[in-house]
Design a protein around this ligand. Structure first.
Ligand code: PNS
Length: 205
């Protein structure tokens, strides 16, 4: 019925994309049926990103996601054709050690995925939710189309957590630029990450 209405309202010569089958409205589901089955499953969320390298802002979101879900998979998504500042294994190591220091390592695991769509990663991990931090309106403008596209593709939902106000200015790329030109970004990334950035970007790296 909803799609017939949408088709009637659509401009001539244009057919609205068929909603994927998983886009069924919660209200249409039988009480206790599908929702009951969902609630019995492990509530697994994915925190995706390049994490090149992980920042305090990322860790804040990961820690808060771990308080909301049974399991959090930090998905290090990298482009195999593009050398980053750190290898996927180095990025994983930084995150794993930081997560252990936060004491949430029992609920959080870290994996790298190369050249993959996030929705395929979520499907493989059996995760219905993506969690991302939002530092402000610019982040929202960047993240919203991706969240909608991901939902269009497989129905995966994105939950946005407001970023910590004191870390609003922190991004991997800004931290790298500050360190590269001799600035002090300590406190914005884990200490070992700061040391590694200095070694790689400043000391002739
Ligand atoms: O830390 P970043 O660079 O902001 O993370 C962006 C990332 C890696 C989460 C995003 O680019 C992504 O999901 N890449 C995987 C490829 C994909 O699914 N692209 C379509 C997004 S709608």
């Amino acid at each position: 019925m909803a799609s017939a209405t949408a088709a009637a309202a659509a401009p001539r010569g244009w057919t609205p994309a068929a909603a994927p089958p998983r886009h069924e409205r919660v209200a249409d589901r039988p009480p206790g049926g599908r929702l009951a089955r969902v609630s019995e499953r492990v509530r697994r969320a994915v925190c995706p990103g390049s994490f090149d390298p992980v920042t305090g802002g990322h860790l804040d979101v990961i820690e808060r996601a771990a308080a909301l879900y049974d399991e959090v998979v930090v998905a290090v998504l990298h482009n195999p054709g593009k050398a980053g500042t750190f290898t996927p294994d180095e990025r994983i190591g930084f995150i794993e050690r930081a997560v252990a220091r936060l004491g949430v390592d029992r609920r959080v695991r870290v994996e790298a995925f190369g050249g993959r769509l996030l929705v395929d990663v979520c499907r493989e991990l059996d995760a219905a939710v993506v969690v991302k931090g939002l530092r402000g309106g610019t982040d929202f403008a960047y993240e919203l189309p991706m969240a909608l596209m991901n939902r269009h593709l497989t129905g995966v939902e994105t939950v946005f957590l407001p970023g910590a106000p004191d870390l609003e200015h922190v991004s991997s790329s800004l931290v790298k630029e500050v360190v590269r030109y001799g600035g002090d970004a300590s406190g914005l990334v884990p200490d070992e990450v700061h040391d590694a950035l200095v070694a790689r970007l400043r000391d002739g790296g």
